[in-house]
Design a protein around this ligand. Structure first.
Ligand SMILES: Nc1ncnc2c1ncn2[C@@H]1O[C@H](COP(=O)(O)OP(=O)(O)OP(=O)(O)O)[C@@H](O)[C@H]1O
Ligand SMILES: [Mg+2]
Length: 342
């Protein structure tokens, strides 16, 4: 039976330790995303040359593509301190004040899930981002007053999987807004080989390629599948991973040939079967499978579009001939009966 969530891009308990061990530490070790890396590298070098804080950076993209990794890399490359928090943790303005008043010049302050900041905390954050000032409450009760104190210039790095939920005023305060895209098979193959090296797993090119293809364009999933294939290779063979071993292990785990997860499959069967290949609006798909429309748009569709399974058209989503073929569904002929699974 398919193990629940094996293809889920979100971090699972069993990933946490490996996410840290396998996380690249320098920009040169960070595979793929060439444009993003170049933009970042220029900005980092320029900031270092001037001895100034790097502009604030907003990183957005689906889970498991390397946002947290990049935030730690930026701090390393700038050779500055790294302070970390997350939108849901900052419940009160005071929590933010506490952190901001301890920030040192040029250091990185990383805010994960920045789309989940509460409105009043977010508003208070604006003055820190823009004017490098922090509001401090002095005294208590009716006599309490807020003082706006200057703070050193620092670099805020925000990360979000849901760009659409980041308010315009917040987004506008980030000088660098960088998007992470799903990785292609060649980049994922490199990532799998690098991780195998760190974990001391013997793996050949074809074995790495097979894991890469089934990783849903996501390094976190690639690393997770590598660990599971390693178990299989150690128990059922001599520990080496080649194409046959990788295929057998991943078939046993019921990992789809393109790494599609349950929600991907639900989206595709809705478009292909229920709506005969489309066009169908994203809200209709969302209602059919009980997911939020913007989660579909921001987290799921990018990978389905990269695979060439779905096209976005002004009239809605359309399944491609490649999708019909992969799912074994006959396209509906104009005026003919509904396509069916066989
Ligand atoms: N470009 C890359 N090269 C090599 N490994 C990578 C790369 N990107 C991500 N990884 C690996 O994938 C793991 C997950 O990445 P990371 O935690 O940075 O993702 P994320 O975008 O922050 O995900 P989430 O949205 O769930 O927080 C990392 O620990 C690292 O091992
Ligand atoms: Mg993260």
């Amino acid at each position: 039976m398919r193990e629940k969530g094996i293809i889920s891009p979100a971090a699972r308990e069993d990933d946490l330790q490996f996410d840290v061990t396998l996380r690249p530490k320098r920009l040169d070790d960070f595979t793929g995303q060439p444009k993003l890396k170049e933009n970042l590298s220029i900005a980092i070098t320029a900031a270092r040359k001037r001895g100034e804080a790097l502009d604030h950076v907003l990183l957005y993209g689906p889970p498991g593509l390397g946002k947290t990794t990049l935030a730690t890399i930026i701090a390393q490359e700038l050779e500055v301190g790294f302070e970390q928090t997350a939108g849901p943790i900052l419940q009160k303005k005071l929590d933010l004040t506490g952190i901001l008043s301890n920030i040192r010049a040029r250091q990185v302050f990383f805010i994960d899930e920045i789309h989940r900041l509460l409105p009043d905390v977010e508003e208070m954050f604006y003055s820190a981002l823009e004017d490098f000032r922090v509001d401090i409450l002095i005294g208590a009760g009716p006599g309490a007053r807020t003082h706006s104190l200057p703070m050193p210039r620092f670099t805020a790095i925000g990360a979000t999987t849901r760009q659409g939920l980041v308010s315009a005023p917040l987004r506008g305060r980030f000088g660098l807004v960088l998007r992470l895209n799903h990785y292609d098979v060649a980049d994922l193959t490199r990532i799998v080989k690098r991780s195998a090296g760190i974990l001391e797993v013997k793996l050949d090119e074809a074995g790495a390629g097979e894991i890469a293809r089934r990783s849903r364009g996501t390094p976190r999933i690639a690393n997770r599948l590598l660990r599971r294939v390693r178990d299989y290779a150690e128990v059922r063979a001599d520990g080496r991973i080649d194409l046959k071993i990788a295929q057998a292990a991943l078939d046993l785990l019921e990992v789809d040939r393109f790494g599609l997860d349950e929600i991907d499959q639900k989206i595709m069967t809705t478009v292909l079967v229920k709506y005969g290949g489309g066009p169908v609006g994203v809200n209709t798909i969302a209602a059919s499978i009980d997911e939020e429309a913007d989660t579909i748009e921001e987290v799921y569709e990018p990978y389905l579009m990269q695979l060439g399974f779905i096209d976005r058209t002004p009239r809605g989503r359309v399944a491609t001939p490649r999708a019909f073929e992969y799912f074994g569904i006959l396209p509906r002929r104009p005026g003919g009966p509904q396509g069916s699974l066989f």
